[in-house]
Design a protein around this ligand. Structure first.
Ligand SMILES: Cc1ncc(COP(=O)(O)O)c(C=O)c1O
Length: 366
């Protein structure tokens, strides 16, 4: 495997494949566009790092104005804190004493908020906080209709918030939710309506907490698929949109995100072909068809048939198709399910490798 230093300055067409690339002009443009949108709407941007898992990219998001970084795992928070990055939101339930101990230890370095949707975990949280001599900041996670995690909005959420407020060692900071079930709704009017109905659940809950004298300073929601709707909704204080910095086929085609450009690609090579199909050296250990298939970036003659472990099989739709040993650049179908397959991400500008981002969060699952 090439040393990172050997890759810097290399022309893209000289790289060994398969390799994960990001177009730096597009990455920087997307970061700037998202940061500007949220700034103009007076709402905080706390981008989820699950799509990139790279401290160096998190730093760029903070430099562009992000108020903090969101992650899904305590181990990701540990990685970010070790890189000097914060404040953080672990937008997930942390429920076991051991992980709560790790979460508590992080508070000595930066604020690391976590989510809670069940009072059963409060005694373990209180114990972890007391043992570490810190306070655990919490958001009540509300089910916005996705039916994944989250306490029911309204009275149940208020009851949980009261219990949090009455527990020593924890601090109620507000509410959060993820309206992931609406991001592909069509047409646009239906999506807006579904998104607002989901957000009503969160905002109604925040209002109940406020009326009860409980802190609901943070009202956090949103992702790339609906960032422009959620970010413009009064009462939302921060948006977790993350993957939009790379963009991908799913956000563009299924979610209709038009203001951002697709910049994440996998460069592959034709290893075999017939007059009906072409095989690339990138299968499901390199690419992902979860949510959305990868598609060729600069050509329309290839369509994914299937991915096996190390072979990407594409139907040849028309014309002669690429030759043996020719490179094909594929736009990633879903950044989140592709990036974590790679040890590093090469930042490319004007056809050359300008930056090497280690995907440091790869494998951090606990
Ligand atoms: C809790 C949470 N927040 C936000 C997001 C949105 O992330 P992205 O903007 O990368 O799609 C997700 C996506 O799964 C999520 O689970």
């Amino acid at each position: 495997m090439n040393d990172s230093r050997d890759l810097l300055g290399q022309p893209v067409n000289a790289l060994d494949t398969p390799v994960l690339l990001v177009d730096l002009d597009i990455l920087e443009g997307n970061i700037d566009r998202l940061a500007t949108f949220f700034r103009q709407h007076g709402v905080g941007w706390r981008p989820h790092c699950k799509s990139h898992k790279c401290p160096a990219i998190a730093r760029r998001q903070l430099a562009a104005g992000a108020i903090g970084i969101t992650c899904a795992k305590v181990s990701e928070a540990e990685m970010l804190v070790a890189a000097g990055i914060g404040p953080l939101l672990v937008a997930n339930e942390v429920v076991t004493p051991r992980k709560l101990g790790r979460l508590a230890a992080l508070q000595r370095q930066t604020e690391v908020i976590a989510a809670i949707d069940n009072a059963a975990v409060l005694p373990a949280m209180a114990a972890a906080a007391t043992d570490a001599g810190v306070v655990l900041p919490l958001l009540i996670e509300v089910d916005l209709g996705m039916d994944r995690v989250g306490v029911a909005p309204g009275p149940a959420a208020l009851d949980l918030a009261r219990r949090v407020a009455a527990t020593p060692g924890v601090q109620l900071r507000g509410v959060m939710g993820y309206e992931g079930h609406v991001i592909s709704a069509k047409p646009r009017e239906a999506k807006e309506q579904a998104c607002h109905e989901a957000l009503d659940r969160l905002l109604d809950t925040a209002a109940r907490l406020g009326a009860d004298g409980l802190a609901a300073d943070i009202v956090s929601a949103g992702g790339t698929g609906c960032y422009d709707i959620t970010g413009a909704r009064p009462g939302i204080t921060e948006v977790q949109a993350g993957g939009g910095i790379f963009m991908d086929g799913m956000y563009r085609d299924q979610c209709g995100v038009a203001a951002l450009s697709c910049g994440l690609t996998v460069l592959a090579t034709v290893t075999s072909r017939t007059d009906r199909h072409v095989v690339l050296d990138a299968g499901f250990k390199t690419l992902s068809a979860y949510h959305h298939p990868p598609t060729p970036r600069y050509r329309d003659d290839l369509k994914l048939r299937y991915l096996s472990a190390e072979h990407g099989v594409f139907d040849l739709l028309h014309g002669p198709g690429p030759a043996i040993a020719e490179q094909v650049e594929l736009l990633v179908g879903y950044s989140d399910s592709t990036n974590f397959l790679h040890d590093r991400l090469l930042g490319v500008r004007q056809g050359r490798v300008e930056e090497v981002f280690p995907v440091q969060g790869r494998g951090l699952l606990t």
